[in-house]
Design a protein around this ligand. Sequence first.
Ligand code: KIV
Ligand code: ZN
Length: 398
Amino acid sequence: MSTDHVAFFDTTLRDGEQSPGCSMTTQEKLTMAHALEDLGVDIIEAGFAMASEGDFAAIATITQAIRKPRIASLARAKTEDIEMAARAIQFAGRARIHVFLAASDLHLEYKLKISREQALDLTGESVRLARSLVDDVEFSPEDATRADRDYLVDMVRIAVDAGATTINMPDTVGYTTPEEYGAMFREVRQRIPAIDEKGVILSSHCHDDLGLAVANSLAAIANGARQVECTINGIGERAGNAALEEIAAALFVRGDRYGVSTGIKLDKLYPTSEVLGQIITFKPSPNKAIVGANAFAHESGIHQHGMLANPLCYEIMTPSLVGVSRTHLVLGKHSGRAALRHRLEQLGFTVSREELQQTYYRFVALADRKKNIYDQDLVGLLPDSIRERRSEPVSELD
Ligand code: KIV
Ligand code: ZN
């Protein structure tokens, strides 16, 4: 695979599922896994085998049904977790064990109550054990962005020497900034030559507590990460994970800056987001980039006029690029005459300048009172003389 290929590691079924209201049954996870396969992700983290019987069953089911993406199970740096993960993925065409262990003093001291030295020993032992069971092992020093940098480098070096094939450096609590996160990737790579010598992949995993998850992931890619961990609609612990659709679209639209390739089929982004929305029964917020209901909607008169003249005025990508069927020119109190005329024409009503002006006054008065203006409302504003002239509409009434 080319060194400019960025692998998409989707963790919707593991980290994503950890967000309130997002738990899924095995059948739902399987449906989602099929959608992720169609989307073109490289790796699916199907769950945390040791967490529950349900998680184990879901991972085992997915490994038997999905063939193209590699299937990963999460495991703590514990023998029983790693062995359970290996059992769950044993029938996968291509499998991975993802071992994680805290790297920050805060986590070591208060959560795990072990010393730095003990954690280094556990790192080597757990990665070696995982490598004895499967040839693809990812190691994550949890809370990497708040860990002492020299200690983080020691931990990563031990994981690489023990045979880790991917090193993921998570911003577990969404604390870092793009410059800082990018610099961390540069530094770790520079200080551990074995990463490049052995072809170890560096990976980002960002949470969105400061709203920087996607920016941080892109900074990691700009600084050598060739795997990015993310979720559909950005679901995940607390404020969520980096949103897959945003990273994929940014890498494409700003290919001039990133110059990397991915296997993501961009026109499957919106359909995949819809599948998830149906499963977890909530959709992304309307203003969510790429997949939100308003991501390709325009209401203000100035924007609508520009859009009608040339969509490039206000859209940096076509809706169809990401699988959205069309741009919406939403008629509301900020809309202008150009959009009103356009919608009337789509509905089969051609109006003169004078008729448009009269209709526009009535439209604005109505829009001041009513949040949503439907096509039926528009037709209701027209005098009989216009309605009688209706020609074949190009668009049905909504
Ligand atoms: O956020 C995190 O640190 C994680 C690890 C398990 C990779 O999800
Ligand atoms: Zn996480």
